[in-house]
Design a protein around this ligand. Structure first.
Ligand SMILES: [Zn+2]
Length: 59
């Protein structure tokens, strides 16, 4: 079901610090302060919100 990779990508909101996992299974997922949203699956990742408020992190 899940593909094992060395690192996983999260998108962190610079305003509230909320971290959203890249694969939201096609569910638009907002951070706590509703500044950014991630909508992702195996085929695409869509980011909503101002680019400068995103921080891409690898875990
Ligand atoms: Zn936020």
């Amino acid at each position: 079901m899940e593909t094992k990779t060395d690192k996983e990508t999260y998108y962190k909101c610079r305003k509230c610090g909320d971290e959203i996992y890249w694969n939201t299974r096609k569910q638009m997922t907002w951070c706590k302060c509703k500044t950014i949203a991630v909508d992702g699956c195996e085929f695409y990742v869509r980011l909503t919100g101002d680019e400068k408020n995103f921080k891409e992190i690898q875990k």
